[in-house]
Design a protein around this ligand. Structure first.
Ligand code: C5P
Length: 254
């Protein structure tokens, strides 16, 4: 596979209520991150996955993901190197029988204070050979591998930045500070944006290097540097698990 996937998973997930970091919350008995990584790794194009874990949970996350791949999981925040082989494995995979069909290189790095910082930390660890980089939230735990392929295909086909989108079903209104409606937005031109978001590697690197303020997604940074962002159809299964209600829906989707 020519695709590296960055998985920011260092958020605390306060909107889900008190407890473990969001990516480590259980869905049908397994952490959201495990569900997300398993589906990403099942996409044939994916040759490398870099997870940004909470800084105090790097070892735990490494141990958690070990059984998912055949090759050893690397925890060191390694600097981008010439080949995958240059990464020094710190922990042997605990499993004799990998659960996954493909076995991408799996790296775990410490995330940062913001999602953007976590993505930047993961990006710095991607080996040089990967020319396509996707960014995928651990919170979108049930994203189908097919969506990963669709986004990667669009980047391979020549688009510098690609996002999966869905039409907006609710009417959207702008309100002022006191909650009074200022206006109604034309829904037909709006799209809800999902992950994975795909980039030519140099586009993502430049976008992060140029970013001055915080962005909620990586395509927003690409827009800022003038790169056209292509859209592909998203998937309802790629819903973001943010609130307790979302977790309940995700449980039912199994
Ligand atoms: O907070 P939000 O819902 O936007 O988080 C989206 C994704 O970014 C989640 O997977 C979360 O774990 C990740 N994140 C991160 N580092 C942070 C904050 C969020 O990796 N400091």
């Amino acid at each position: 596979g020519d695709v590296a996937v960055l998985v920011p998973a260092a958020g605390m997930g306060v909107r889900l209520g008190p407890g473990a970091p969001k990516a480590l919350r259980l869905l049908r008995g397994e952490p959201l991150l495990v569900h997300a990584v398993r589906r990403v790794a099942a996409a044939p194009s994916v040759g490398c996955i870099v997870v940004a874990a909470p800084s105090d949970a790097v070892d735990d996350v490494t141990a958690l993901l070990g059984p998912l791949v055949a090759s050893p999981v690397t925890t060191a925040p390694i600097v981008a190197s010439e080949t995958c082989g240059a990464a020094e494995p710190k922990l042997e995979a605990s499993s004799e029988s990998p659960l996954l069909p493909g076995s991408p290189l799996l790296l775990v790095v410490a995330g940062g204070a913001s999602r953007q910082a976590s993505v930047a930390a993961a990006l710095a660890a991607v080996p040089a050979e990967f020319g396509i980089v996707l960014v995928h939230d651990a919170a979108r735990a049930l994203t189908p591998p097919e969506l990963v392929e669709t986004v990667a295909d669009a980047v391979r086909g020549g688009h510098g930045a690609v996002i999966p989108v869905l039409p907006v079903v609710d009417t959207i209104k702008e309100v002022d500070n006191s909650g009074i409606v200022v206006g109604t937005v034309d829904r037909s031109v709006l799209r809800a944006v999902q992950t994975p978001q795909g980039f030519r590697r140099d586009v993502l690197t430049s976008a992060h290097a140029a970013a001055v303020d915080e962005h909620t997604d990586d395509a927003g940074m690409a827009e800022k540097i003038g790169v056209p962002v292509h859209t592909v159809p998203g998937s309802e299964a790629a819903m973001k698990i943010t609130r307790p209600f979302d977790l309940a829906i995700a449980e039912l989707l199994f």
